[in-house]
Design a binder for this molecule. Structure first.
Ligand SMILES: *Cc1c(COP(=O)(O)O)cnc(C)c1O
Length: 382
């Protein structure tokens, strides 16, 4: 029987029964490049760490258990995971994407995937009519972020899954913003759930990693072949750090989300704040759909200030919250998408999406919520 998700964060799908002679409670770091052969034609199952390593295997089993995936492959970054995923396609294939995407993915598409013969369209995937209207005969996949980065738009994953089935497309969902604790795209019909594990999964702003979680053995075998061939896999020590971080995913997500809800409700009441983008607010256009497909709204909030001066003052004056890229960790971080995460997105597209100089993105951490709010307040009034 599958265990509850809190238990799976700590033990994956296994009981504490791995046959390590020492019975070490913390899974060992197998810091080795290669493994000796027992005899001709006899392998322990491990030959070379690029292909397979026990610490990585343990982590992959844990992430697969959290995502309800058939298999998960650990990469050296979220971008390495996404690049590997795009290697599933052939020149001429078309992929229809959410228009509001992590900036690094737009850069990957513009500088590398397009050169390799793939084509892309970026549309508002919160509107299924728009999605349908942009399908082409050569479309092979839907690539979705929900909530999206940084505008927090919500896409209906069940509707995308049924469209993908009807048209024979792969449904790929970047699940970084909610983590497997709050949303499981595969259970909603996705073929692949992607993660930048650098964010909530590892959770301590100390590791870079990524995951491709696959719904079927066939897809997983293809991703494993790409991973072992192109080699962007996660090193044993980093696998151990992520195993350690993910044990507390459930409690971190619960508290960070509770903090975020309070911060979002406070932001709405501030005269210097024009608009708050957080799917946990009933006024958010995706509130209902998000509720129906997740266990929560997460801890990412974007907001628009009354002026560029206010936005820049907040960035310069925060003292507890760090002005930095990234998200999802124990420390609250505030980001300026226009110059940081989305700097390489063409200006025209940024304006269309609303990524302007008055937009800030906040990753609410695990500090006491009163301290987080007090810091924002002093920065706004400074
Ligand atoms: C950070 C991030 C990525 C990229 O992951 P890295 O681990 O930084 O390479 C991809 N998608 C989303 C939504 C992200 O937040």
């Amino acid at each position: 029987m599958s265990k509850q998700i809190e238990t799976r964060c700590i033990h994956g799908n296994s009981d504490f029964s791995f046959n390590e002679e020492t019975r070490a409670v913390s899974f060992p770091i197998y810091q080795t490049a290669t493994f000796g052969h027992i005899g001709l034609g006899h392998s322990s199952g491990f030959d070379y760490t690029r292909e397979k390593n026990p610490t990585r295997q343990r982590l992959e089993e844990t992430i697969a258990a959290l995502e309800g995936a058939c298999d998960a492959v650990a990469f050296s970054s979220g971008m390495a995971a996404i690049s590997a995923c795009f290697e599933l396609f052939q020149p001429g294939d078309h992929i229809l994407c959410s228009e509001d995407l992590y900036g690094g993915v737009i850069r990957l598409i513009d500088t590398i995937s397009t050169k390799n013969g793939l084509s892309f369209d970026f549309v508002d995937t919160s509107d299924m009519e728009t999605v349908r209207a942009h399908l082409r005969p050569e479309t092979r996949a839907l690539y979705i972020e929900t909530p999206s980065n940084p505008m927090m738009n919500i896409t209906d994953l069940r509707a995308c899954a049924s469209l993908a089935r009807e048209r024979g497309l792969l449904l790929i969902v970047d699940n970084t913003f909610l983590s497997p604790y709050l949303q499981n795209p595969i259970a909603l019909g996705a073929d692949i759930a992607l993660h930048s594990g650098s964010k909530f999964i590892s959770g301590h702003n100390d590791t870079i990693c990524g995951f491709v979680c696959c719904a079927s053995r066939d897809l997983a075998d293809r991703v494993r072949l790409i991973a072992k061939t192109t080699g962007g896999v996660l090193a044993p020590f980093d696998c151990w750090l992520v195993l350690r971080g993910v044990k507390t995913l459930a409690v971190r997500m619960e508290r960070q989300q509770e903090n975020a809800q309070a911060v979002a409700e406070w932001l709405v009441r501030q005269p210097q704040v024009k608009r708050v983008f957080y799917p946990g607010l009933a006024a958010h256009p995706g509130y209902g759909i998000n509720r129906g497909q997740t266990r929560g709204a997460g801890s990412m909030i974007s907001f628009r200030t009354d002026s560029v001066e206010t936005a820049q003052r907040i960035l310069e004056k925060v003292r507890l919250i760090t002005f930095a890229e990234s998200l999802g960790g124990t420390e609250s971080l505030i980001t300026y998408p226009v110059t940081q995460t989305h700097h390489d997105v063409p200006e025209e597209m940024r304006i269309h999406l609303g990524i302007t100089e008055t937009l800030l993105r906040l990753s609410v951490g695990l500090e006491h919520v009163d301290d987080i709010i007090a810091d924002l307040k002093q920065a706004m009034e400074a």
